[in-house]
Ligand binder design. Structure first.
Ligand code: ASP
Length: 439
């Protein structure tokens, strides 16, 4: 068995955290490939090394002195190395960084050093080989990740390494210039490595015991999710449920490799399993609830629109021309609604309204702002009757007005639109009915 293990920044923020990670890795010899993030926060008001690097480079770029900021970053690593009694010396690395920062190596290069240095420290601490991600993770000239080339490069190199540390978050263009993924991108690196070595499991170690059914800021002590499918996860993360980088499931998904989200601070917890498919029923009818505020509904009315060929296309084209992507388009016989992100829409509002008038001559257009969308996701809904009914009666009991309903044909999720002000109460009502009352 091969396990690829990725550790997030909070798991590697201090020597003490490194020791926990060391114990986790040593307790299972199948944990052969390790992907570290940069050191994260040690305490709530602390700074992440990645943020320190961005700030430090911004000073260098502006021609301001940045040596003090760089020294503070160096101190973070020294504290870790000292706590682990490592005799490693990163002096040379920091000299190179100082020179390249001054020469304008770019903020991607700067940010990537957080993972790069942590990888060196981790490899020394574990006695594993070190493989610089810049040598094997490729981006094309357009800055797009080159999945296939990377897959063979990583696979080739790791064939010759029984145990290795590969820093997360970055790769390089063909010419060697460093390029990072978006923030939180070490999750993607872990997934890439898992695919390339055909791992049996990709373990993603963080500071929570997996996914929760609902946001703990809204629901007190929500229950955890034991297993979730890739598709369910896509639905939930699109709606704002964090923990894993949105793009991280694509590489493992191609090989059907399960992902296990685990907690470095509670390694005995099973965490959440993310799988392609499972016959395991989830404990509840729903797998999770997530949502976002700040949407706008543009309601368009026109008698007989239903029989007008091309009506929807013409309306959506107006949004396209104004570079606004739409979230949902529920429609009725004489109504057509487009839901969009309020933030993107607000400045272009009147342009869109006149565009729609020109395109389809509606009877009226009405805009409703401050809407929230809630996704109730669950593979269990397919085989259970009355899920929608239960949701709506729970919302009605809580005096919440439902503005929109959209059930995807996959029967995997139901999207509900409510007023922003009802968002939290709606999530509570749905959670209660499925998890607490378990109707
Ligand atoms: N260190 C990077 C960040 O803070 C990448 C990561 O942790 O995955 O976003």
């Amino acid at each position: 068995m091969i396990k690829v293990v990725k550790f997030g920044g909070s798991s590697l923020a201090s020597a003490e955290q490194f020791q926990k990670v060391g114990e986790i890795i040593r307790s299972d010899e199948e944990r052969k490939y390790v992907i570290p993030s940069a050191p994260g926060r040690r305490f709530p008001s602390d700074e992440k090394v990645t943020d320190m690097l961005y700030a430090c480079y911004a000073r260098a770029e502006a021609g301001e002195p940045f040596q003090k900021e760089l020294a503070a970053i160096q101190a973070r690593y020294e504290e870790i190395m000292e706590g682990l009694s490592l005799s490693l010396n990163l002096e040379k690395e920091f000299e190179t960084m100082e020179r390249l920062f001054a020469e304008g190596a770019g903020s991607d290069y700067a940010a990537s050093r957080g993972e790069y240095l942590n990888g060196i420290v981790m490899a020394a601490y574990l006695g594993y080989e070190f493989l610089d991600a810049a040598e094997v993770i490729r981006f094309n000239e357009a800055g797009e990740f080159e999945a296939e080339e990377t897959n063979s490069l990583v696979g080739e190199r790791l064939k010759t390494m029984e145990r290795a540390v590969i820093p997360g978050f970055y790769g390089a263009y063909k010419d060697g210039r460093i390029k990072t993924f978006s923030r939180g991108g070490s999750d993607i690196t872990g997934s890439i490595v898992a695919r390339a070595v055909r791992a049996d499991v990709y373990e993603n170690w963080t500071d929570v015991s997996g996914f929760l059914i609902a946001d703990p800021h809204i629901i007190e002590d929500p229950k955890g999710i034991e297993s979730i499918t890739y598709r369910e996860l896509r639905e939930l993360s699109y709606m704002g449920a964090g923990v894993l980088h949105e793009d991280a499931i694509f590489p493992v998904r191609r090989e059907g490799i399960p992902v296990n989200i685990r907690n470095t601070n509670a390694p005995g917890d099973n965490g959440t399993w993310i799988v392609e498919s499972t016959c395991q029923k989830s404990k509840y009818v729903i797998t999770g609830i997530a949502g976002k505020k700040g949407f706008c509904a543009i309601n368009i009315e026109k008698d007989m629109m239903n029989s007008e060929v091309g009506f929807g296309r013409k309306v959506l084209q107006v949004f396209e021309e104004n570079e606004i992507s739409f979230e949902h388009v529920p429609s009725g016989i004489d109504t057509f609604t487009v839901l969009v992100d309020q933030h993107d829409f607000i400045h272009k509002e009147q342009r869109v309204v006149s565009g729609i008038h020109r395109a389809v001559q509606p009877d009226s257009i009405d805009i409703e702002a401050d809407l929230a969308l809630i996704a109730v996701v669950g593979r269990g809904m397919k085989s259970t009757r009355g899920t929608a009914g239960r949701i709506f009666s729970a919302l009605a009991h809580s005096h919440i007005n439902v503005k929109m309903i959209d059930q995807g044909s996959s029967e995997l999720n139901i999207i509900i639109g409510v007023a922003d002000k009802d968002f939290e109460a709606a999530i509570k009502a749905i959670y209660d009915i499925f998890v607490i009352v378990q109707l």
